[in-house]
Ligand binder design. Sequence first.
Ligand code: SIN
Length: 531
Amino acid sequence: MGSQVDFLVMGAGVAGLRAAVELARHGEVLVATKESVGESNTHYAQGGIAVAMEGDEDVALHLKDTVNAGDGIVHRAAAEVLVAEGPVRVAELIEWGAAFDTEDGELLRTREGAHSLPRILHANGDATGAEISRSLAAFAQVHKRVRFAEWTTVSGLVVRDGRVIAADLLDRDHQLSRVSARAVLVAAGGAGQVYSDTTNPAVATGDGIALASQAGAALADMEFYQFHPTAISLPGVPRFLLSEALRGEGAYLRNHLGERFMERYHPLLELAPRDVVARAITREGMGDRPGETRLVHLDMRHIRGVDLHQRFPGITAFLAKHGLDLNRDLIPVRPAAHYLMGGIRTDLAGRTTLGGLYAAGEAACTGVHGANRLASNSLLEGLVFGARAAFSMLDDGLPLVAADAPEVFPQPLEPAEERGLEETVAALQASMWAFAALLREESTLLQGLAAQQEAAGALAQLAAPGKGSRRLAEAQAMSRVAEAILHSALARTESRGAHYRNDFAQRDDQHFRKHSIFSGGPSSPVAFETW
Ligand code: SIN
């Protein structure tokens, strides 16, 4: 027999921590996280948290901006919840110790792409996620009823009679245990690591999304992967995020000729919606011949009246390591995978299509972002829907069902197998970037699918003799998420938001003002629904 807990939370980003705080008022909570608490996509969020703190008109405008950015398929009821409950959740967070930047006692606000006014709160200049993560983790840790299982991978979900009753946990010493829970929350974030070029940390391998899908839960809108327009572009340097708040403070984008090119793409110029800016940079970065690339730069050299080093200390420190300075230099940029609008399909209370399983934050898809997330809405999403998921886990009052201990204990991989695993992962990531990134078409997506199937075969072979490890579980998760992205992108034969098809360049509201549902079935893996 395994152990038992009232609530199991997978992931220690903003959504998981916010839920844990709520759940701990009513029962024992175990938060499983693959590394230390705080190592999550939340931690790396720079720009801020968008929130309308000035009353009804402000909330209505935030709703309008969210819906407009989402390119026709934002689930309006979800967006209404986000903007209306956001101010309460942020005020609560401040009360719990989150220190946002202020001047003369007033919260400072900045602007980012597609926002009609400055409404983005920030902390320590460009370290908003780290502050939210720090303050929530500290608040959760004082609850005696929240326990953290750090360096622990959730390697499987146990389903009985259509309900998730337990999960398998693999710790850093390779020990596998099974824990039964009344309800399991997946708040394990996104999957940027599916792409070779990403702003996400190494932990963002889509584990929760893949586990939910393999257990039978529906995924939604998986074709909508957001590519952040401005990650650093230096040879051999990780794709560090250069916050949209730089453009909020007036940064220009310039092509290889030194031209500000955004006027050819959108009236909001550098503050156009993120999908528009990312595609524009991609196009400006293409040379005349296939494969030829051209540099695109962020330019802040003209900015006066803002101390850029003080306003962006993290970015300044990173650039300094590479001999660059916002005041002096053009900064080379190109897009990188950043945020998954799709995920595990949930209702507005975090319920998935599978009993006992709940999801919130980037791992979930309520439809709140539609086809393109409004900048800085993701931390808010984690707070609002993390709390909501906890409320429904409590309301549903599911009983504990004791699960048997796992029967098979995985054997570690040999060094040669680990090398083979890394090669398979790298090939998958490179093929996703080559075939399913910003500009796609049927032929590239089919090539991507062939590469994914090859990777899935190699991973199945590695696992077949009873082998298992965190990395193998991550690789299997990335493969499953890639499969869902590729099938969903093939099925959506139009262009909308972050999903751009060269072979179907127009938005097609008649057929596709809908959400895609990936069930993974062999004959028809994707269906479309109106929400
Ligand atoms: C950024 O700072 O540009 C990222 C914020 C976000 O992803 O919304």
